[in-house]
Design a protein around this ligand. Structure first.
Ligand code: NAD
Length: 479
């Protein structure tokens, strides 16, 4: 059985506790590797290593930082298949999807490698009196904490800008999907990343994560995960005056108008509902459909959904893999029960799927479409984060907007219409950090990424991330 190790000061080391935790393969429901059960001592070692490395790293030239981060990107690309297979086994996602995510993980490093070269700051002239310029300096040692749904993709999305901006990092991947973060440690060694610049500590949130969040000398925390964890982190970090970036849960609407490009809307809605088993914070789990095409859209959607093959994540033709953990599987199934209790009519799916052989104990749930629920019931307002969507008819643009904005979340929204004026109007009024019009998951890494309301605080991506990971200092010179 493979034992994963922490990455501290450039070395792969065991946790002080010498204890390991089970790591499951969701496809089989079996333990297949072991993770260090780290604690505050390991976090302190990592912090000390990062602190020692900081002076040299912040003074490393932008070009040298670019070269090293770019090398990490190249190594991720070179190892795409091995990483993708590992991600698929660890998370339950289809292998083909994991391959795309590994491409994106490399892009994250490459994108922020170039940001290191191009980042600049402002100057403000006071006519004839003075000139101000802004120094944007790295913060020091920062913490990056990531979730299990897009493991390396989201881990690298935080680490890359933090390093590009000249910080040293103590990072914690999800204990549910630690494998590709462990593999990244080895890639960083091979790429020649100086010792201590990046440290990766495995273990559970309440031990490793909370030690990072409450550490007196770690002054910035970039977190992606659930809204309740984010709330808890904010309650500890805010009184310590830390910089906080919180990317939290979502319950995103897909709004389909009668004038949409019908086929494109149906096909993309299947994707935005069920890609990665619906375990993407950006999935559109509430499909709002203009009443005049409700029945037609419903039929077309169900026909497509029924064709999605649920199966072994490593099989080429699998479209929906396994649910990430027993705990999450139970949670999703409990929402199917709730939907029935709330009067929902299950149009397809609605149950666990039991596969055979090695996969008999894996966690599989059929892609599920439910109708006949009130737009503001619990099923329609709480994050399920699985292969479960609801469909609801609406009669007017105003009603669609009211339904779209009725949850406490505000991460993303998707609008399907050919009416450009309506699209712009809705985009301006909808309460979400991201709006996709006639598309989904189209990402330009320069754009601001994040949510409003309980979906988070702050933005990632492009200069937003570089600004988060630097402290602006105004220097005023009297002329
Ligand atoms: P989670 O909040 O349970 O865990 C996220 C990370 O936080 C893990 O590494 C975990 O170990 C750590 N953690 C847990 N308790 C902690 C604590 N007390 N202190 C510090 N760290 C702690 O979330 P999850 O179940 O891994 O991920 C699913 C959630 O993430 C969903 O709500 C999803 O919407 C959200 N998500 C949001 C985005 C986004 O960009 N907004 C992206 C992906 C996932």
């Amino acid at each position: 059985m493979q034992h994963l190790l922490n990455y501290i000061n450039g070395e792969l080391v065991n946790a002080h506790s010498q204890q390991f935790m089970d790591n499951y393969n969701p496809a089989t429901g079996k333990v297949y590797s072991l993770i260090p059960d780290s604690d505050e001592k390991d976090v302190e070692d990592a912090y000390q290593a990062a602190k020692s490395a900081f002076f040299a790293w912040k003074n490393t030239s932008n070009e040298d930082r670019f070269i090293i981060l770019n090398r990490i990107a190249e190594l991720i690309d070179l190892n795409n298949d091995e990483l993708a297979k590992a991600e698929s086994i660890d998370q339950g996602k289809p292998h083909w999807l994991a391959k795309n995510e590994m491409i994106r993980s490399a892009q994250n490093f490459r994108f922020f490698a170039t940001a290191a070269m191009q980042f600049s700051s402002e100057s403000h002239h006071m006519e004839g009196h003075a000139v101000n310029y802004t120094l944007r300096q790295p913060i020091g040692v920062v913490a990056c904490i990531s979730p299990w749904n897009l493991p390396l993709y989201l881990f690298s999305w935080k680490i890359a800008p933090a390093l590009a901006a000249g910080n040293c990092v103590v990072a914690k991947p999800s204990e549910i999907t630690p494998m590709t973060a462990f593999m990244l440690s080895k890639i960083c060694q091979e790429a020649g990343l100086p010792k201590g610049v990046l440290n990766i500590i495995h273990g559970i949130g309440p031990k490793v994560g909370s030690t990072l969040v409450s550490h007196p000398h770690i002054k910035a925390v970039s977190f992606t995960g659930g809204t309740s964890t984010g709330k808890h982190i904010a309650s500890i970090a805010a009184p310590m005056f830390k910089k906080l970036s919180l990317e939290l849960g979502g319950k995103n609407p897909s709004i389909v108008f009668a004038d949409c490009d019908f086929e494109k809307a149906v096909k993309t809605t299947v994707q935005s509902s069920f890609l990665n088993q619906g375990e993407i914070c950006l999935c559109g789990s509430r499909i709002l459909i203009e009443r005049s095409i409700y029945d037609k859209f419903k039929e077309a959607l169900i026909q497509e959904v029924k064709q999605l093959k649920v199966g072994n994540p490593l099989d080429k033709d699998t479209k929906v893999g396994a649910i990430v953990s027993q705990l999450h599987y139970d949670k999703v199934l409990s929402y199917l029960q709730l939907a029935k209790e709330e009067g929902g009519n299950i149009l397809t799916g609605g149950e666990a799927i039991h596969l055979e052989g090695d996969l008999a104990n894996g966690w599989y749930i059929a892609p599920t479409v439910i109708e006949n629920l009130a737009y503001d019931c619990r099923t329609n307002t709480e994050e399920i984060f699985g292969p479960v969507v609801t469909i609801t008819p609406f009669d007017s643009e105003e009603e669609a907007l009211q339904m779209a904005n009725c949850t406490e979340y505000g991460l993303a929204s998707i609008i399907w219409t050919q009416d450009i004026t309506r699209a712009h109007n809705l985009a301006a009024q909808i309460q979400s950090g991201i709006v996709w019009i006639n598309c989904w998951l189209l990402r330009d890494l320069r754009t601001p990424f994040g949510g409003v309301k309980n979906s988070g605080v702050g933005r990632e991506g492009g200069w937003e991330a570089m600004k988060f990971f630097t402290e602006p200092k105004n220097v005023c010179i009297k002329l």
